[in-house]
Design a binder for this molecule. Structure first.
Ligand code: SF4
Length: 196
């Protein structure tokens, strides 16, 4: 929920980032449910954000409980906006011929690794973005952790960028090194359980 300039109102972000799910996806039934919520509580207005979530830009504070209940019913009440599981991902190899490496399975692994219980809330605000090629549709180069799919000798690899910022002190992050494999990026690889 975010403050609104009109007293008694707020804007509400609806997360499309279920834990372990495909970022930005919604079923036909969920889209119908969100359309109904926007019609009933949101002055018929609904926006899609670049963060691959939905936004009800104007709702009454008095309706927040009802909106939450409707989102629970639609399985859309993940309260993870801005957390480690709120990952922006490009559609990768299955949908874009330019992709060098898969991004969605990597996102699902990271989300599953960190989304359980209170873990993501304990970590706090942390933005991860992933693009499957240098066109950077996921804007991987401008946030806390950026992942870029690269191809080397037919192998899908990932380049990591850390420490970018898009606030008033905008800065480009540092590339850690070239070519991590997917297991290391997605946390399937556990350094304490598998010797290098
Ligand atoms: S970043 Fe590359 S692979 Fe991903 S959607 Fe954009 S052009 Fe396609």
């Amino acid at each position: 929920m975010h403050q609104h300039k009109a007293p008694g109102h707020a804007s509400v972000t609806i997360s499309l980032k279920p834990i372990g799910g495909v970022p930005g996806d919604a079923s036909a039934e969920q889209m119908e449910a969100v359309a109904d919520i926007a019609e009933t509580f949101g002055f018929d207005e609904l926006r899609v954000s670049h963060e691959q979530n939905l936004i009800l830009p104007h709702v009454r504070l008095d309706d927040l409980d009802k909106i939450y209940d409707a989102l629970v019913d639609a399985d859309l009440a993940d309260g993870n906006q801005g957390l480690i599981t709120d990952i922006i991902a490009c559609p990768d190899l299955d949908y874009c011929a330019l992709a060098n490496a898969r991004s969605i399975p990597i996102v699902q692994e990271i989300s599953s690794s960190f989304g359980g219980g209170e873990r993501q809330h304990a970590i706090g605000d942390l933005k991860i973005k992933i693009s499957s090629c240098i066109n950077a549709c996921g804007h991987h180069h401008v946030d806390h952790i950026g992942i870029l799919g690269v191809e080397k000798k037919g192998q899908e690899l990932y380049q990591l960028t850390l420490g970018s910022s898009v606030d008033e002190n905008a800065s480009i992050g540092s590339i850690v090194r070239r070519g991590f494999d997917g297991d290391k990026i997605s946390m399937r690889w556990k350094p304490w359980s598998r010797p290098t």
